[in-house]
Write a protein that binds this ligand. Sequence first.
Ligand code: FES
Length: 106
Amino acid sequence: SKVIYISHEGARHELDVAEGVNLMQAAVSNGVYDIVGDCGGSASCATCHVYVDDAFLPRLPEANSRENEMLQCTAAELQANSRLSCQIVMADALDGLTVRMPDRQW
Ligand code: FES
């Protein structure tokens, strides 16, 4: 299914992401460098911070306590639609998911 990543500067990357793959993995392995993913996806670095398009927020499972804790450590401003992209696992129902990336991950 399709995921659209938009950088802080407005650059747009459209990726085909297989079901079960998380959005950090997909970004890192496809050259979307605004997502770092330093910890490899274990919700312990907050360098995979994204802002999820409001239309898709209700379709995502709620952040668990570990993700919520790590979201307090993002380099860029935390917003109501902030999530860790390593904790968003692709599913068919998320086709067209759009995320915006912050100006920095460090
Ligand atoms: Fe480290 Fe997501 S990759 S928290």
